[in-house]
Design a protein around this ligand. Structure first.
Ligand code: ATP
Length: 351
């Protein structure tokens, strides 16, 4: 199966080709970088408008170049062509991120996917972006039934599979984890995205007291963000604020991840989302898993931050399970939750 994936929920205009036979993932991305402040939805949509056609054209060209080698050896009259080349298309389907994300960006991605599907006469697969963050972890680790911590910009969830759905076991009660960090860095005048800058500054810091809020399986970042801004306004050295911010925010995520492992009885944890690129977060999660004898897996960085590779990989699994959608069902949903998705592509559905 060969799937062209398109991603554009917030900042990454991205297209990818996934070939399930070779397991190759070819990704082309173009990042929106705000001149000042955070992600502005209208500017991000303008970026999508301009960059999506470019990355899609590049990936489509790659798909055409590799289509012949991916097909079965065929007779010169074309009688033994593979399924995609039977339709003269280098791909079998177009998968796109249907949500969650910024509405103006999603609508451009949806339009691009529908156009491509019509032009190439291939079906459409609508992918939930958060489920894709999870599934790329399962795919690259070949874990059976892990708990997943999605630590991304606009979200923070703990997910686990139960009775045909990925259930949300716990989540942020306010902002996503990356957005919370970015709000603090905006306040101190650092450019977007703030996560990598906090990670660098934290290396030289010492601990100062900041709020820590976990309620059962849920957690909150707004109090710690206000306190971090206040601490920097009060003259606390920025490296100390960054260090303490990371320690508390990541300890909160580690605590709920451990609770999720304990409640589900799973001994596998996968990490997803752009904040997963942070070495300190990975270290804390790996230590916790080590202490309880669980396996931990973080996909490589190109699969952690927003990328179309994860959309194409999950798109292929959904396509193979018959999960294509009609044009009239392809509307995007900025609030599309992971537990709205019936999981039909797993063999262990009875769990
Ligand atoms: P979502 O997937 O929820 O839609 P998103 O579209 O904003 O989120 P992601 O690519 O998953 O995007 O994550 C981007 C976030 O990751 C940004 O908030 C950024 O600051 C954060 N981030 C990137 N690198 C690091 C790092 N090294 N440490 C901490 N945070 C990081």
């Amino acid at each position: 199966t060969r799937i062209l994936g398109i991603e554009g929920t917030a900042w990454a205009a991205s297209a990818a080709l996934y070939d399930s036979e070779s397991d190759d993932v070819y990704i082309q991305s173009d990042a929106y970088e705000p001149d000042s402040g955070g992600i502005h939805p209208r500017e991000a949509a303008e970026h999508m408008h301009e960059a999506i056609p470019r990355v899609v054209a590049d990936v489509l060209e790659h798909a055409r170049e590799t289509a012949d080698s991916a097909s079965e050896p065929r007779a010169t009259d074309g009688s033994e062509r593979s399924s995609s080349s039977q339709r003269d298309s280098p791909i079998d389907a177009v998968a796109f991120s249907q949500g969650p994300g910024l509405g103006p960006c999603l609508r451009i991605v949806g339009t691009a996917a529908r156009t491509l599907s019509q032009t190439l006469s291939v079906p459409l697969v609508g992918v939930n972006h958060m489920v894709a963050h999870l599934e790329i972890g399962r795919h690259t680790a070949e874990f059976d039934s892990p708990v997943c911590l999605n630590a991304s910009g606009a979200n923070a969830h703990l997910l686990a599979y139960r009775n045909g759905r990925y259930r949300v076991l716990g989540e942020t009660m306010d902002t996503g984890v990356g957005n919370a960090i970015d709000k603090f860095t905006r306040h101190v005048g650092w450019s977007h995205p703030g996560g990598p800058k906090v990670e660098r500054a934290a290396k030289d810091g010492e601990y100062v007291d900041l709020p820590y809020v976990v309620k059962g399986m849920d957690f909150s970042f707004s109090g710690i963000m206000s306190a971090a801004k206040q601490a920097s306004d009060d003259g606390t050295p920025l490296e100390d604020v960054c260090f303490s911010l990371q320690e508390n925010v990541f300890a909160m995520l580690t605590e709920v991840s451990e609770r999720a492992l304990s409640l589900t009885g799973s001994d596998e944890l996968v990490l997803g989302g752009g904040v997963g690129q942070n070495a300190r977060l990975r270290e804390m999660l790996a230590d916790m898993c080590d202490q309880r004898g669980a396996d931990f897996h973080a996909p490589e960085p190109r699969f952690l931050r927003d990328n179309a590779g994860m959309i194409a990989v999950l798109g292929a699994k959904m396509y193979d399970a018959g999960e294509t959608i009609a044009l009239e069902d392809s509307r995007v949903d900025p609030n599309y939750r992971p537990d709205q998705v019936p999981v039909t592509w797993r063999s262990d559905e009875s769990e």
